[in-house]
Design a binder for this molecule. Structure first.
Ligand code: FES
Length: 104
């Protein structure tokens, strides 16, 4: 599935996710600016923060308690905020567009 990341500079980067990858891992593979994944995906750094457009947000499983707590502490949080490392990519997400918020 192809995921498009709109970076802070407005440039859109599209990356092709491999099976079992998350939104964070797919961004790293695609060289997306602004997605760092410092904690390696254990939901403790929030350097994988993305904004998911509303129509797509409904197709994702809602954030778990740990993810919701991390998002709560972010300066740039929005209702559509997610942590990329907590969102597995699957075929149903082909064509997903997410935006990269400013760094915290
Ligand atoms: Fe650290 Fe997602 S990679 S919280």
């Amino acid at each position: 599935p192809k995921i498009t990341y709109v970076q802070q500079d407005g440039v859109a980067v599209t990356a092709d996710a491999l099976p079992l990858m998350t939104l964070m891992e797919t961004a790293l593979m695609g060289g997306v600016d602004g997605i760092v994944g410092t904690c390696g995906g254990i939901c403790s750094c929030a350097t994988c923060h993305v904004w998911v457009d509303g129509e797509w947000a409904d197709r994702l499983a809602p954030p778990g308690a740990e993810e919701a707590d991390m998002i709560e502490g972010l300066a740039h949080r929005r209702p559509e905020s997610r942590l990329g490392c907590q969102v597995p990519v699957n075929e149903a997400l082909d064509g997903l567009v997410v935006r990269v918020p400013p760094a915290e």
